[in-house]
Design a protein around this ligand. Structure first.
Ligand code: PLP
Length: 396
């Protein structure tokens, strides 16, 4: 019989930074939506940041085949050489740029890529500039390394993307990097390559680096977006198989590092996670086949149809969409004119209309309480139903 000791005299250890890592409001909302569904309520989901399609057939077959062939061990830390080459080929084709495979690191999701990028750049106490509103996890990748996330308010007039003047206002000599997203979450807005080049030049002149999160590349509508690598070779590029390639649960992404960082990135990959998941890497090899690409394009078309339905429908309901979303699968909508703040509107719409959306508060503090994010990751029929319910609820 094991006897546990008496009550310890001092509380168990707990990292101080934990207090600064906030949960997402949307998680609470999602849990509540699931609870309501378990009780038989029908909920229209417009809060979820992942494609509603299952992973494309050729990818699943490739993973299963590779498992049957016994590919169940670790891969090299940087990823399967064939996959790194395939990603390099993808840049050549989609952005007309030659990226050596040695600079491409296959990671556990874009999340793993962000973790490695921050570990390459950041020492304790150093700062990283982050557009607000923006992807909320970025500040925690910085905090996790005892860095200081610096929120840079960005305006609707500039598509919620940072200008040099925005960055200048928050610049400090301890800044080592800025992370921007294009297309961005939660706004779906893109940054012109010329602007990305200007931001990179501005940062490099001050001894800092630009990290561009291109996770929503491929999911653009009416704009032909090339990678930032097409204009500058020495930016850090974060990307993923999660969104365009529809593989969220497979946990696979990649990081492109500037020349000179290859050795350090390899050491970090070896030590932090050994390698990205092997079956997922074999599945990802099939992403670049004609059959899979045809499927991805068909899905992109569906997202486009959904955006083109939802945007005017929301405006008709009285939401403001101050910056046109040209990518990803999000609409960042101002609900101020409706007389609601985003958090109350999200809660009430869920409870009273059965529509789940995300409050803007999850994406920062720059006027975000006036906003909500709607994800068009449900079928067109369900989006119609969601709009119908919102219209009826607002009218009552
Ligand atoms: C902007 C952005 N970056 C990174 C991620 C992380 O993606 P993953 O780790 O699934 O590749 C997400 C997920 O929603 C995202 O929206």
């Amino acid at each position: 019989m094991v006897r546990h000791g008496s009550t310890p005299e001092r509380p168990p250890p707990r990292a101080a930074r934990l207090g600064e890592i906030q949960p997402f409001h949307v998680m609470q909302l999602l849990n509540r939506a699931r609870e309501l569904e378990a009780r038989g309520r029908d909920i229209v989901h417009m809060e979820i940041g992942e494609p509603d399609f299952p992973t494309a057939g050729p990818l699943v077959s490739a993973a299963v085949d590779s498992l049957h062939r016994g590919n169940t061990g670790y891969t090299p830390a940087g990823g399967l050489p064939t996959l790194r080459e395939a990603i390099a080929g993808h840049y050549a084709e989609s952005s007309g740029v030659d990226v050596p495979a040695e600079r491409i690191f296959v990671t556990p999701g874009a999340s793993g890529a962000l973790m490695v990028a921050m570990a390459l750049l950041l020492d304790s106490g150093q700062r990283v500039l982050l557009p607000d509103p923006g992807y909320p996890c970025n500040r925690n990748f910085v905090r996790h390394l005892d860095g200081v996330p610096v929120s840079v308010p960005v305006a609707a007039e500039t598509g919620f993307q940072p200008t040099l003047a925005d960055l200048e206002r928050y610049w400090h000599e301890d800044c080592v990097a800025a992370i921007v997203g294009s297309p961005a979450n939660p706004t779906g807005t893109v940054m012109a390559l010329s602007q990305l080049a200007a931001v990179r030049d501005w940062l490099v002149a001050r001894g800092a680096a630009l990290v561009v999160d291109e996770i929503y590349h491929g999911l653009t509508y009416g704009v032909d977006l090339r990678s930032a690598l097409a204009v500058r070779d020495d930016v850090f590029i974060v990307n993923s198989f999660s969104k365009y390639f529809g593989m969220t649960g497979w946990r696979l992404g990649w990081l492109v590092v500037p020349p000179g960082y290859e050795g350090a990135a390899m050491r970090l990959a070896q030590n932090l996670y050994i390698a990205a998941p092997t079956p997922s890497q074999h599945a990802a090899l099939a992403c670049f086949t004609l059959q899979a690409r045809t499927e991805f394009e068909a899905r992109r078309q569906l997202f486009l149809e959904r955006r083109d339905f939802l945007m005017p429908a929301l405006e008709e309901l009285g939401f403001g969409i101050p910056a046109r979303p040209e990518g990803a699968f999000y609409i960042y909508a101002d609900c101020g004119a409706l007389g609601w703040d985003g958090a109350t509107l999200s809660t009430r719409l869920l409870e009273e209309a059965g529509v789940a959306i995300t409050p803007g508060l999850d994406f920062g503090s720059n006027g975000t309480d006036r906003f909500v994010r709607l994800a068009y990751t449900s079928s067109l029929e369900r989006l119609h139903e969601g709009v119908r319910r919102m219209r009826a609820w607002l009218a009552s």
